[in-house]
Write a protein that binds this ligand. Structure first.
Ligand code: SF4
Length: 78
């Protein structure tokens, strides 16, 4: 289980989540921030502070945002 940053973050990058994450699981990408699924402890703190509601628990990603699960995972494989 992990939290995932989806499309509302694109070009928004408010970054409130970065300071909030207790395990530094959120990293900056070119167009959005990403959550490292191996580091995330599923606490939900980031979801609560995101001003554009871009963060979802994996199981609650809307269908149109499901591709962001792989996009977040793939960012950390590079
Ligand atoms: S759910 Fe918690 S541990 Fe996971 S990315 Fe968000 S703040 Fe960090």
């Amino acid at each position: 289980m992990t939290f995932v940053i989806a499309s509302p973050c694109i070009d928004e990058k408010a970054a409130d989540c970065v300071e909030t994450c207790p395990v530094d699981a959120i990293h900056e990408g070119e167009d959005q921030y990403y959550i490292d699924p191996d580091a995330c402890i599923d606490c939900g703190a980031c979801e609560a502070v995101c001003p554009v509601a871009a963060i979802f628990q994996e199981d609650f990603l809307p269908d149109e945002e499901k591709s962001y699960l792989d996009k977040n995972r793939d960012f950390f494989k590079k």
